[in-house]
Unconditional design. Structure first.
Lengths: 104, 264
């Protein structure tokens, strides 16, 4: 049987510069935060991120400027945690480092 | 009676729901208002979230997200956003809903996309530029605004939020008023009320401009006009919303187990 289980290190090695990465979960829930944290330890850059309701795991990659585009219907930390700070840091100001493609 | 402004707002919103309705809620106040209604006077209401959690009631307090364990624990089915928004909402089956708003205008258009510096709004300059403040985006609110038979908009009543024209339309209300929704072929009926921490606004049947219909015992017509950024018309029959009954408060607090509305 094909073995799908691998270490986090091996899994993050599969991600290459410029890839479009679908991130699951919803806002703060069931979102692969540990995977994103591991990815911040790799030199990968210019990632495009998509998801219906992006949250913490996506926000981390914008905070480190490893992602430059987000495709989403919602991007936030939900409820009282409010807006996603990493995404805002990357997308606001005079020289934004990332762009948002918002759909619904 | 001892209750908070947000509790009044949630109860006033809950009263807009009837038994047997199919309804969709987002998180926070809107979900609390909806499940209060279900517990208080609409036991056969079926509620679902845009994440596809269908037919559940919250367990252990108000859910933090639209798919967290408090809402999904006793769901009759747990599908996905395509089913919830693409099938149920888009097909026009949803009777009633609640959405929130960061910015709202006199025709009930809602902006949750971004805040632009004055004079640089996309509709003013004719193209989309990056906003000064990047917000969450519409999530499922756009589909609800387009497809639900009717829906309620809940917002904190502040002048900076209640503007003549929103910077960007994330979720359309009545667009430029009149029969604009029909012109664009929207299946849903549009917002039936804007319910805030100060009172209730409703759309004029013809122009679709929102006017002041009712205030709460702790607010006043003057206070609401002062906190609205457009020239708010007042109904000649403007009235006070009845205060919560002890039974309503008991049911609301039974849903809001963690007291999230008591502290604000």
């Amino acid at each position: 049987m094909y073995e799908k289980v691998m270490s986090l290190n091996q899994a993050t090695d599969l991600i290459k510069d410029g890839m479009l990465l679908g991130i699951g979960g919803n806002g703060m829930h069931r979102t692969p935060t540990i995977f994103s944290m591991a990815l911040t330890q790799k030199p990968v850059k210019e990632l495009k991120i998509c998801g219906t309701a992006l949250g913490l795991a996506a926000d981390i990659l914008f905070a480190t400027n490893q992602a430059d585009t987000a495709y989403f219907g919602f991007f936030g930390l939900e409820n009282e945690a409010g807006l996603a700070p990493g995404m805002r840091k990357a997308m606001e100001g005079a020289e934004p480092k990332a762009r948002a493609i918002e759909g619904s | 009676m001892d209750y908070t402004k947000n509790e009044m707002m949630a109860i006033a919103t809950g009263r807009e729901f009837s038994d047997g309705e199919l309804a969709i809620f987002g998180v926070g106040l809107s979900m609390l208002a909806g499940f209060f209604a279900q517990r208080n006077h609409a036991p056969n209401m079926i509620a679902f979230t845009e994440g596809g959690v269908y037919g559940s009631t919250p367990v252990g307090g108000l859910p933090w997200g639209i798919e967290d364990n408090r809402i999904s624990a006793n769901a009759t089915s747990f599908t996905n956003a395509i089913d919830a928004l693409g099938m149920l909402v888009a097909s026009g089956r949803v009777d009633n809903a609640v959405i929130g708003a960061a910015q709202i205008d006199k025709y009930g258009n809602v902006n949750t996309t971004g805040i632009w510096a004055d004079g640089t709004q996309p509709w003013k300059v004719g193209k989309y530029t990056l906003p000064r403040v990047r917000l969450n985006g519409s999530g499922g609110a756009n589909e609800i605004a387009v497809g639900a038979k009717k829906y309620i908009i809940m917002a904190q009543h502040e002048k900076k939020r209640f503007v003549e024209k929103v910077d960007y339309i994330s979720s359309p209300g009545y667009l430029n008023g009149g029969d604009d929704r029909k012109k664009y072929g929207f299946p849903g009926g549009g917002p039936s009320a804007i319910i805030t921490n100060l009172g209730i606004l409703r759309p004029d049947p013809v122009t679709k401009e929102f006017y002041l219909d009712a205030y709460f015992v702790f607010s006043s017509v003057e206070e609401i006009i002062e906190n609205t950024g457009w020239d708010l018309k007042v109904s000649p029959n403007v009235k006070m919303v009845p205060e919560p009954t002890p039974e309503e408060l008991e049911n609301l607090r039974a849903v809001d187990e963690t007291g999230s509305l008591r502290t604000k």
